[in-house]
Each structure stands twice: as C-alpha cells, then as structure tokens.
Ligand binder design. Structure first.
Ligand SMILES: Cc1cc2nc3c(=O)[nH]c(=O)nc-3n(C[C@H](O)[C@H](O)[C@H](O)COP(=O)(O)OP(=O)(O)OC[C@H]3O[C@@H](n4cnc5c(N)ncnc54)[C@H](O)[C@@H]3O)c2cc1C
Length: 332
C-alpha cells in the first residue's frame, strides 16, 4: 500500500483490534497547524495523544502497517503545516512523559548530578525548575519554547550552548521496529540543529548533566536570558530562526538576509521580521503558504546574491520541501 492510499478509518480499525480505548482517542481530520507556534496551516488526517509506551507502540504499528506517515508533535515551535494540511498521523505525548527528576540531596556547590526529564517537558519549565534548586547548565533552555523531545531531535541551542553539551543519553522508541532503547550521545549524532533521529523515532526521556550552584546566581542568569530575548526577538506567530546558519559560528543566515535589506519583505500574510532577519512572522489569520513563499523567495535571493544555499530549520509538513530548502517532514 502506498503512503497516499490509506484512510483515517484504516488506522482507527487497526488500533481498535488491539485497544478500543486508544481507538476512541484518535481524532480524524484533526487540527494540526493550530497547535504550532505559527498558528497557521491545516489539519492532519489523524491525531492522538498517547498515555503510555504501549499506546505509542500500538499507534506506531497501525500507522506503519498501513503505510501512513507519522510524526510526533512536541510544542510545535519548529513546525509549519501547509494550509492543505498533512496526510499523516500526528502523535503527542501525554502526561506520562511530563516529569523531571533531579536529586540534589547532600550535594555541595560544584558537584555534578544527573537530571532525568520526560520528552514532553517544556524547556523553559526545566530551566526554571533547575534554577529554583540551584542546578546550573540548562539556563539557556528558558529562551527556547520547545519540548525536550523536540530539542533532542533538533539539537536545540542558544546563548553559546546547545543540547549536545549537557545530554548524556536518551530513551528512544523506534515506531517502525516496535522497540525502546537507550541511545548514548554518539548514536544521537547531534550536530548543528540536527540529529540522527527520524520521524519514526520518539524521544521518551533524556538525561542531562548539571552541577550545583547558588540558586540566586542561576536565577539571575535565567532572567538575563529572558530579558535579552524580549529585547532582541519578536513575539507573535513564528518558529524562531527559519534557516540554519550555513557556517555555524561564522556565517549566520540572519546576517545574510539582513545584508540584502530583506527585513519587512512581505508576501501576502507573512513577512521577514523587522526585529530579527531570520524570523518570518505570520499575521493572525494568516496563511502557511505565504510563510513558505517568503522562505522560497528569501532562499533564492540569498543564493543569487551570495551563493549560500540556505536550508530550513523549521520542519515542513505537506509542502514541496525542496523549494523552501526544507527538511522533509512527511516521511516515515
Ligand atoms: C520564539 C522562538 C524562539 C526560538 N529560539 C530557538 C533557539 O534559540 N534555539 C533553537 O534551537 N531553537 C529555537 N526555536 C525553535 C524551537 O523552539 C526548537 O527547535 C525546539 O527544539 C522545538 O521543540 P518542539 O517541541 O516545539 O518541536 P516541534 O515543533 O513540535 O517538532 C520539531 C521536530 O521535532 C520532532 N519532535 C518533537 N517532539 C519529539 C519527540 N518527543 N520525539 C521525537 N521527535 C520529536 C518533530 O517530529 C519535528 O520533527 C525557537 C522557536 C520560537 C518560536
């Protein structure tokens, strides 16, 4: 069966043979774009919030056996969904994956500890929780509005740090093989805003290294980062930086776009932010296709002027990914 030949009923019927509870939770023609920070874009054929690893494996098995593409949605802060929607199965992790464990009992300043975190935890929540108990190392996460799962997949980073600096390993479910394994740092192959993970891999949890410090010092650093973000980055509907820096640490996508005077460049309901050249803003009630059109045009203009072929950082669902420099978001 090819990826386009399946229907929502196929998924629901396959799952109901194993679990009527899970089958009842599957939403057909489910809002997808609305659950991203862009808040534009269409619907997914199916969506379901799973409440256990067993449910994750069941929905993964149903989608795989029917040839349906699937993807995990974290906090939707690096995802753009086409206005026509996406013919696939969207999985979100329920509260079973929203937990933090950090045992600081008896630890002195400067001593290290391991922090265990569920894949659904929001990075700013983790950062603030660690600050409140005086654990340093994850302050930068306060400025990145994604989940731990999305952060591992993307090797998120900021303020001179990235996830790969602190992560020890991650518990990964492979939905194709139907198994759970602990992946160490080298297997994750974390690189600038990329990893070895594909859409059929789910980050259940991750373990990070932190160390003990003074809670007031850590909290001050967290608040400094929040202030810096407010001053330098726009609010509204966006996904943060749209393009990956072509030469990390040396050539930034924002500087290339800025160099062409493209701040404020607009197509329909989307424009290059006037505050940060690597952000593309959508209007409220805007169109995802306009965001994609701005991406394509910016990419072409930068290539023509500088020779740098920008690659999208945002994951695109339901688009012609190649023209926008996109990561393929819709393959299993
Ligand atoms: C205002 C703003 C500022 C930002 N600043 C930064 C920044 O400074 N640095 C930075 O790196 N990013 C930044 N981002 C982008 C974004 O927050 C990060 O890429 C983040 O890691 C995405 O996490 P998410 O949960 O929102 O992912 P989603 O958008 O939900 O998904 C992104 C990708 O991760 C996958 N994914 C999500 N959850 C899981 C999981 N549990 N297991 C496996 N795969 C999963 C999805 O399938 C998708 O491929 C910013 C975004 C915004 C809106």
């Amino acid at each position: 069966m090819s990826a386009s030949e399946w229907h929502a009923d196929d998924i629901v019927n396959t799952v109901s043979a194993e679990s009527s509870d899970l089958a009842e939770k599957i939403e057909c023609d489910a809002p997808f774009g609305r659950h991203t920070t862009y808040r534009v874009g269409g619907y997914a054929t199916c969506a379901v919030e799973v409440s256990s690893v067993a449910e994750l494996l069941m929905i993964g098995n149903a989608a795989t056996s029917r040839g349906a593409p699937l993807a995990v949605l974290g906090r939707g802060s690096n995802t753009l969904v086409s206005d026509l929607g996406w013919h696939g199965v969207v999985i979100t992790l329920g509260p079973f994956s929203d937990w933090i464990k950090a045992d600081t009992a008896g630890l002195k300043t400067g001593e290290d500890l391991i922090i265990e975190v569920g894949g659904a935890v929001a990075m700013p929540v983790l950062s603030r929780r660690m600050a409140s108990i005086g654990v340093t190392g994850l302050e930068w996460m306060v400025g990145v509005p994604g989940s731990i799962g999305g952060a591992v997949r993307m090797n998120a980073g900021g303020h001179g740090a990235e996830l790969s600096d602190a992560i020890v390993d991650a518990d990964i479910v492979d939905l194709r093989r139907g198994e759970q394994e602990r992946w160490r740092l080298d297997r994750l192959e974390l690189d600038f805003r990329s990893s070895a993970l594909s859409n059929h891999h789910v980050v259940l949890s991750a373990r990070f290294r932190g160390s003990m410090s003074d809670p007031d010092l850590v909290s001050t650093r967290v608040e400094d980062i929040v202030r810096w973000r407010r001053e330098h980055q726009p609010g509204g509907q966006n996904c943060g930086s749209v393009f990956v820096n072509p030469v990390p640490g040396e050539v930034s996508a924002g500087a290339l776009i800025d160099g062409l005077g493209l701040r404020g460049f607009r197509i329909g309901s989307a424009e290059v932010s006037t505050k940060h050249a690597n952000f593309i803003q959508a209007d409220s009630d805007g169109q995802a296709d306009d965001v994609c059109a701005v991406m394509k045009s910016v990419r072409r203009q930068v290539f023509d002027a500088t020779g740098y072929d920008l690659r999208s950082e945002v994951r695109l669902f339901g688009f012609d990914d190649v023209a926008a420099g996109g990561h393929v978001g819709d393959t299993v």
